[in-house]
Design a protein around this ligand. Structure first.
Ligand SMILES: Cc1cc2nc3c(=O)[nH]c(=O)nc-3n(C[C@H](O)[C@H](O)[C@H](O)COP(=O)(O)OP(=O)(O)OC[C@H]3O[C@@H](n4cnc5c(N)ncnc54)[C@H](O)[C@@H]3O)c2cc1C
Length: 400
């Protein structure tokens, strides 16, 4: 089926091009996307805050280029381009900004796109152009993040008005977003059809954002806790059909988990490169630390594990056909949880005291703990893998 390219500099409708999906065209379009990415994340955003980065991504057409189906109202991130975005973000070395862009691009904006009201459509267009930012507020104040269906935030509505009460914790970008995508329940009980997404402007009366104290970790992510006290909104702030929130969340969570794994690979390779540089420069005996056989083996083991993770990510991208599979991405996220902390701890240890400098290897390791938490703790992913063991072991599935 022909797919329309969405690479369009804002304000230049004439620059749209219809492109059919054959291999050469797809490669050209991926090159075009990477060019836009390089321009967006080039000099002007260096050191810029996350809103500046998001604006640059929008202005250079990266956000529109990231998604398939934007013309038909959906927004499914292309897995190859998502990987390119996260690698480019990671190169900037600002983990807080990468986390915020990841959640927004992989989950918040696609979830917003399930909304068909004029309010949702208008915000989606502004977000795609980089003129608005949206944070994802799912983890609830009234329940552990690992038990989402026990959440306490409630939404009720009459003919015209929504009433929202509750609270959300650990929201990436809460301090920099214009809007929040809030997961709320519209009826009691844990059944997955009891939940609904609500679009909440941060300026609405009754919304209060409390900065999360991370002791300087992931500072650019502007993490915050959200208080919602009798927030009243027009009913067109309901996003998607009531009762569909958990189903759409699960679908887009698969993309976020893939994105997390893509970021993890970039982050681990960056840490390994820095560690290699340190070891080859650090004088020891007749040579450097790199000449020590035990250290080389240790380093090599970390590189092997990172490349195993990369192979898993590439297999997931190849087999996803644009829609990452929930079981496969739970397995992928479990693998990230098992690998990232070990490799980053080892890298930090191998850098000796120098790993303790501000923003050094130990700081990066602590920030990367989010890879084993955000979007679902590693233990939950392992439980999902066990539940899906029959499917994952199905021998009729082609080996990628
Ligand atoms: C930096 C950061 C950014 C985040 N960004 C966002 C965001 O943008 N939006 C959002 O909605 N949320 C966000 N979160 C929240 C995140 O999704 C939750 O932290 C996560 O789901 C875990 O929930 P919890 O912290 O309440 O841990 P809990 O559910 O309290 O669990 C604590 C620990 O207990 C163990 N555990 C829990 N359940 C089980 C089980 N069934 N089996 C075995 N062990 C178990 C695990 O070790 C787990 O880490 C973010 C969190 C962090 C740290």
């Amino acid at each position: 089926m022909p797919e329309q390219t969405v690479l369009r500099p804002p304000g230049q409708p004439g620059a749209w091009r219809d492109v059919t999906e054959d291999a050469d065209d797809a490669n050209d379009r991926d090159d075009e996307f990477r060019g836009a990415l390089n321009r967006a994340l080039g000099r002007p955003t260096e050191g810029g805050d996350v809103r500046t980065v998001w604006r640059a991504l929008g202005q250079h057409g990266v956000l529109r280029g990231l998604y398939r189906d934007t013309d038909s109202g959906g927004a499914t991130a292309d897995p190859v381009r998502l990987g390119a975005l996260l690698h480019a973000m990671d190169e900037r070395g600002d983990n807080g900004a990468t986390l915020t862009v990841l959640v927004q691009a992989a989950s918040a904006l696609p979830l917003l796109s399930t909304g068909t009201t004029e309010t949702c459509r208008a915000l989606r267009e502004r977000a795609l152009d980089g003129r608005a930012t949206v944070a994802l507020a799912a983890t609830d104040s009234a329940a552990p993040g690992s038990e989402l269906t026990a959440l306490g935030t409630e939404v009720r509505w009459d003919e015209r008005t929504l009433h929202l009460n509750g609270g959300k914790r650990w929201v990436s970008g809460a301090g920099s977003a214009d809007h929040l995508m809030v997961l709320a329940r519209h009826r009691p009980g844990r059944h997955f059809t009891s939940f609904t997404w609500v679009l909440v402007p941060v300026t609405a009366p009754g919304v209060r954002i409390e900065p999360a104290d991370t002791g300087g970790l992931l500072a650019s992510a502007a993490l915050g806790h959200v208080h919602l006290d009798d927030v009243r909104l027009d009913v067109d702030h309901l996003v998607g059909r009531p009762g569909r929130a958990m189903a759409s969340f699960a679908q887009h969570m698969a993309t976020e988990r893939l994105a997390g794994a893509q970021w993890a690979v970039a982050l681990l390779r960056r840490a390994l490169t820095a560690t290699h540089r340190h070891l080859t420069a650090r004088p020891a005996g007749e040579g450097t630390l790199w000449h020590n056989a035990a250290i080389r083996q240790d380093f090599a083991a970390c590189l092997v594990r990172t490349e195993q993770l990369r192979a898993l990510v590439e297999a997931a991208v190849r087999t996803s056909n644009g829609r990452p599979d929930m079981n496969g991405t739970a397995l992928l996220k479990a693998a990230v949880g098992q690998t990232a902390d070990d490799v980053l701890s080892r890298c930090a240890q191998l850098q000796g005291a120098d790993g303790m400098t501000a923003g050094g290897a130990h700081h990066v390791r602590a920030e990367a703990a989010v890879l084993g938490l955000g979007g679902g703790a590693t233990e939950l992913m392992l439980a999902h893998v066990a539940d899906a063991a029959d499917i994952l072991l199905d021998t009729s599935r082609p080996v990628p």
